[in-house]
Design a protein around this ligand. Structure first.
Ligand code: DX5
Ligand code: ZN
Length: 249
C-alpha cells in the first residue's frame, strides 16, 4: 500500500529564514519539504496568461544554490517541483545541491522524458512527473510503465505558478457531469491514476487544506502538498495532522 507524506510548500515560508522555517515544519510533523522551482517565463510556456500591458505573467522563486544552502541545515527529503521550460538543465545542479525528489512537468518534456528520468536517477534523485489540471492523464502512463519509471505522479490541483490559489475539484472528483461534458481530460486525474496504479505515489499540489483534503484523499492522493493552509494556520501542527488523518482514514 501507499503511505502518507505531508509536504509543506516552502513557497509560503519566509524565504529570508528558510532553515528555521524548514525546522519548524519538520517539528510540526512534516514528512517532506516541497520546494517550488519556477523560472520567470515559466508561465509563458505553461500557462500563457497575458497581462493587459502585453507582457506575460511570471514568477521567479529559488534554484540549486538555495537547495544547496538548505541541505546544510537539514537531512529532510527535499521534494523539488520544477516548473521550468527545460528541466534537463537543472538535473545535475539539483543532484549536486542535494535535492531528494526531482519532479518535472510532462508538458515541458514530451520528447525527452526517458533521458530525464535516467539522468535524475543517475544523480541520486527520485524521479517524478507532474501534470497540469488540463493535461490528459494518459500522457503519464508511458512514464509510469517505462523500464526506468517515474516513482511519483504529481497532479496539480491549481494552475501552476503561485501559492494561495483555490483548489480545483475537477482534478479529483468525477461526479461533476458538467466537467466530463466540457472537457473529459480535465476530470478526475487522481481517481483514474489510483485505480490503474494502486501502489503509485500520487501527490496533489495546490489549494489543499482542511476544507479540500477529503476530496483529494478519497480520490486516492497520498502525498499532500500544502502551502498557505499550513503556514497561514495559527497551529500548523494541527493542520498537518488533519491532512495526515484524512489520507490514512
Ligand atoms: C503552485 C505550487 C504549489 C504552491 C501550493 O504552482 O506548485 O506548491 O506552493 O500552495 P498552496 O497550498 O497555498 O496552494
Ligand atoms: Zn509545487
Amino acid at each position: 500500500g501507499v503511505t502518507s507524506k505531508i509536504a509543506p510548500s516552502m513557497l509560503s515560508s519566509d524565504f529570508a529564514n528558510l532553515a528555521s522555517e524548514a525546522h519548524r515544519m519538520l517539528n510540526y510533523g512534516a514528512d517532506w519539504l516541497h520546494m517550488d522551482i519556477m523560472e520567470d517565463g515559466l508561465l509563458t510556456f505553461l500557462i500563457m496568461l497575458p497581462l493587459q500591458d502585453g507582457h506575460f505573467v511570471g514568477n521567479l522563486t529559488i534554484g540549486a544554490p538555495v537547495i544547496e544552502s538548505l541541505r546544510k541545515h537539514t537531512k529532510a527529503y527535499l521534494d523539488c517541483h520544477l516548473m521550468v521550460t527545460n528541466p534537463l538543465d537543472y538535473v545535475e545542479p539539483f543532484g549536486k545541491a542535494g535535492a531528494s525528489g526531482f519532479t518535472f512537468h510532462i508538458e515541458t518534456s514530451k520528447d525527452n522524458w526517458k533521458e530525464l528520468i535516467e539522468n535524475i536517477k543517475s544523480h541520486g534523485m527520485r524521479p517524478g512527473v507532474a501534470i497540469k489540471p488540463g493535461t490528459s492523464v494518459e500522457e503519464v502512463y508511458p512514464l509510469v510503465e517505462a523500464e526506468t519509471p517515474v516513482e511519483m505522479v504529481l497532479v496539480m490541483t491549481v494552475e501552476p505558478g503561485f501559492g494561495g490559489q483555490k483548489f480545483m475539484p475537477e482534478t479529483v472528483y468525477d461526479t461533476l457531469l458538467i466537467f466530463w461534458l466540457i472537457s473529459p481530460s480535465f476530470s478526475n486525474q487522481v481517481r483514474i491514476l489510483r485505480k490503474k496504479y494502486p501502489a503509485l505515489d500520487i501527490e496533489v499540489d495546490g489549494g489543499l487544506g482542511p476544507s479540500t483534503i477529503d476530496m483529494a484523499a478519497l480520490a486516492g492522493a497520498n502525498c499532500i502538498v500544502a502551502g498557505s493552509s499550513v503556514f497561514g494556520a495559527p497551529e500548523p501542527a494541527q493542520v498537518i495532522s488533519l491532512l495526515r488523518n484524512s489520507v490514512e482514514k
